[in-house]
Design a binder for this molecule. Sequence first.
Ligand code: ATP
Length: 511
Amino acid sequence: MEQKDDLLKEVISHAKEYGFVFPSSEIYDGLSATYDYGQLGSELKNNIKNYWWKSMVQMHENIVGIDASIFMHPTTWKASGHVDAFNDPLIDNKDSKKRYRADVLLEEYMEKIRLKSEKEVEKGIKKFGESFDEAQFRATNPNVTRNNEKIKAVEDRMRSALENNDLVAVKQLIEDLEIACPVSGSKNWTDVRQFNLMFSTEMGSVAGDASTIYLRPETAQGIFVNFLNVQKSGRMKIPFGIAQIGKAFRNEIIARQFIFRMREFEQMEMQFFVRPGEEMKWYNQWKENRLKWHAALGLGDENYRFHDHIKLAHYANAACDIEFNFPMGFKELEGIHSRTDFDLKQHEQFSGKKLQYFDPELNQNYVPYVIETSIGLDRMFLAILSASLKKEQLEDGSERVVLKLPASLAPYKVAIMPLTKKDGLPEKAREIIDQLKFDFNCQYDEKDSIGKRYRRQDAIGTPFSVTVDHESLEDNTVTIRDRDTMEQKRVSIDELSAMLAKRTALSTLLK
Ligand code: ATP
């Protein structure tokens, strides 16, 4: 699937056709930016969650997990700053009537310039081959350095405007750069306005402000308000982490691009509590750890990059994103933030309760500093799906569509197929499933030719297919086919379980 522009469309239609992701309430023409995970999607999603939970929680002695409620006391969101500051700057194009995030328009403008530089570098590589010194080229090529200066100038103006909440300056920057609406092509913009992203609803039957509550826009606050509960009941010693997987809700201004930006989504977050002054050490450590977690999936190291935040959030003293090369280009997949002691201090102030830790080594009480790693489960799903979907030309001239999912995340680990529907072959196949089903999600498939069945398993990413034939009844052997190499081997049924474990267990990623 070389054509990047078409890849997102292909991913969306493949996801629907095979039961990974459906538009929500589709029979009513859907609801914008909400999606349902189907029978295979929910398996894949659960496997991603498992991979995260196992590696972040169960494999760290000093990290534990919780499951906090979505509704929280409304003061939580006053304290966290979300009521006053969880805004996006929005701008409308008067001709197309399309709405945009002003900061995203500027980010995209800078990305275009960066891509121009990358083209220059590619040209250099082609021209000079082996002898090409990329670092020197980047530092000295006049086009590249000019582009870097341009980006830097835009970044500086954007940071200053956003930090000072100067919306007039944001609009001025968009006008000065002559950014046009991608739909109408016009530069006829409205003023920039702030828009709060929290959904609110009412609790109980009493009307009025006191009963207004919010759907949580991030899972992090459920961790902060439970900091002492967990620390005390779990006898946790700093440094330690609290992790959580759960739904979050944001009334996003523009929610396009499939499950990349939804109004209801799922986060996998971990807050790591450290001694004040040690946060930078841990920030760097977690950047490294998280990148390793991604790399283990084998989707290609070149598909990840760090991006430092241009404008730091009100609570952070350092922040970066791990960006992934999505079908739409490099975009944020995960955020790593040094949140200082901002959240715990705010909750102390608003609740009047102390949220401090007594450090026996220092013989001192303090409010811990926090490093957060926060990844969108749905974005992770999209990253995996889009990097795995491949079209391959086969030797006989035909083409196959294959979903090369990391084997341990695949919805089904193995498909068991009787060669024919008679002669006791289906019974033998079901016998094998009965042995394997405790450890591996298996699919039984007896319909159509074996070739067609292989293609179906390729399309849903099943790493192995096992065919039961007449010989199987005599000598207890089967043919096992590898999804990626398409190689087939004759093996004893008794070996299947160990073979599958070796190739598809989660531990292959975790080790
Ligand atoms: P963006 O800049 O793309 O809006 P963000 O910086 O607001 O994202 P964070 O607040 O850092 O995002 O949230 C942590 C993670 O949650 C993100 O890295 C992303 O993977 C995920 N996430 C955030 N908003 C959405 C959304 N609307 N839909 C799906 N995932 C999301």
